[in-house]
Ligand binder design. Sequence first.
Ligand code: F1P
Length: 347
Amino acid sequence: AVADTIEALMDNGAFGASLFGEGAEDVLRDVEGVQILACGTSYYAGLTARYWIESIAKIPCSVEIASEYRYREAHANPKNLIVTISQSGETLDTMEALKYAKSLGHAKTLSICNVPESAIPRASRLVYYTRAGAEIGVASTKAFTTQLVALFTLTCTIAKLQGRLDAAQEAGYIDALRQLPGSVQHALNLEPQIVAWSERFAPKQHALFLGRGVHYPIALEGALKLKEISYIHAEAYPAGELKHGPLALVDEAMPVVVIAPNDALLEKVKSNIQEVRARGGEMFVFADADSQFGESEQVNVIRTPRHVGVLSPIVHAIPVQLLAYHAALARGTDVDKPRNLAKSVTV
Ligand code: F1P
């Protein structure tokens, strides 16, 4: 799915605005900021994109849970781009948030969606259809990785239109995207090791997920997937937040999943991990090939592919989703039809 999305990007001429629909260049050229509205997994894609939009396009970005947005008196800047993200394109809360944004005077709207001609893209000025193929299960999985590719592409497109992407940076990001399907395949190949971990998760009642920076939303995604399909109670925190409360929950019965690639925050994550270790917690760490992370009695490590820079969250989404999937299989739950959930949340 990721490879298909990247291929479409290359066909279009790198970071060409027309990928987002007719007239996209005019809409995107002068956007002053981005406001992302979405629910669930799609919301986490938005949280990830915020790091890219702020650091590459260098414009402000806010991300809001769609079901809350319309209940506050939002101050609209019509020069901001409203981005709705939805796998199904039918999620009522996201649709209502879009309507509210339009009622406030926002005309620059873009939908990132996986289902052609669904309600949200029909109500949007610009549309990007992810190429994830049909999501068979209720829980959104492969749509997430393609949403991230779409959001990264959007970021680079805005940066290029606004003169904030020089030729060397552009070439670097194109190269990174070209390498991405290989790294994603490498992450998929970790499945046997993840199956072994999932068997240890299956009897657990609770789990914690930790990440920092751009990997914090990936921790959120891991926790949501585990909840949705295995019914293990899971929460995610930015690792630095541990000492502000969640550390009280850590004991030998609480598995702690850590996303710890070799980025600028790795040393901070390592010191957060020491806090867990000191309380007897068992850790399950996804560390990429370059990350200096040793195994020890309480610290289990799976090596993800070589660090892929800004695209690293896309690679790390795969193992956390696989962990949830295999934990659910080991518990015998129906991974495709979790109890109480609907494929399109239209109420
Ligand atoms: C949003 C969402 C999914 C979640 C679950 C319920 O759907 O929250 O992220 O996994 O399936 O719906 P969508 O707006 O992306 O279709």
